[in-house]
Design a protein around this ligand. Structure first.
Ligand SMILES: Cc1cc2nc3c(=O)[nH]c(=O)nc-3n(C[C@H](O)[C@H](O)[C@H](O)COP(=O)(O)O)c2cc1C
Length: 186
């Protein structure tokens, strides 16, 4: 599979089969993530890998509880109220792996570095037969002092991308997009 094929095949996957991801494949994905461009060569990323589904379920419950009690603070989440209220909804979709990328705030470029690393990981995952989904909901827990302390994340690292990874339960149709706005073409 070449890069163009990976780009065209990538979708956000929200349903996974039970198969665990071999540790060496996760390691390879992380390594491929770190091949991304990096501002001033500073490589301002750090990774957390959680593979315990019970931990993820607990985190999902905590996020849903927090959001359920604080929805009014987040107007941009109103459209997801029914998802969060649904007791069967797992924010992490029962995936076998939650891979979280943190940015080292000592680098001005940390957000870009980590987002590019996330893109690499999403595209490389396609080649390994894996699916990914960025989980924005996780930002309400994965950047807290308690979470950082539990998972050994230095305080000056900031959450950038929580992403679930796993083997898709079913293939997804290729994506479609609106035509790209082009503001100038010389
Ligand atoms: C910053 C960001 C946050 C996202 N958060 C969530 C999320 O919390 N839950 C979810 O199911 N999908 C989430 N997504 C996935 C988007 O919904 C998805 O990328 C979009 O619908 C387009 O679909 P595609 O990725 O299959 O092309 C997020 C994507 C991004 C880039």
């Amino acid at each position: 599979m070449n890069v163009t094929e990976s780009i065209n095949a990538r979708r956000s996957v929200r349903s996974f089969d039970d198969q665990a991801i071999p540790a060496d494949i996760i390691d390879q994905l992380v390594t491929l993530g770190t091949k991304a461009a990096t501002g001033s060569g500073q490589q301002a990323w750090g990774f957390v890998i959680i593979t315990d589904k019970n931990d993820m379920k607990r985190l999902s419950d905590e996020i849903k509880k927090y959001l359920g009690e604080n929805f009014e603070k987040y107007p941009y989440l109103q459209q997801y109220k029914n998802w969060i209220k649904d007791e069967n909804y797992n924010v992490f979709y029962d995936a076998p792996c939650l891979l979280i990328i943190y940015g080292n705030t000592n680098s001005h470029w940390h957000v870009y570095d980590c987002t590019l690393a996330a893109g690499n990981i999403m595209l490389a995952s396609v080649e390994y037969g894996l699916g990914t989904c960025w989980i924005g909901f996780a930002e309400y827990i994965c950047d807290t002092a308690a979470f950082k302390s539990k998972y050994n994340i230095p305080e000056f690292y900031k959450l950038i991308c929580p992403m679930v990874v796993g083997y898709p339960a079913a293939p997804l149709a290729p994506l479609s997009r609106k035509p790209a706005p082009i503001f100038y073409r010389g």
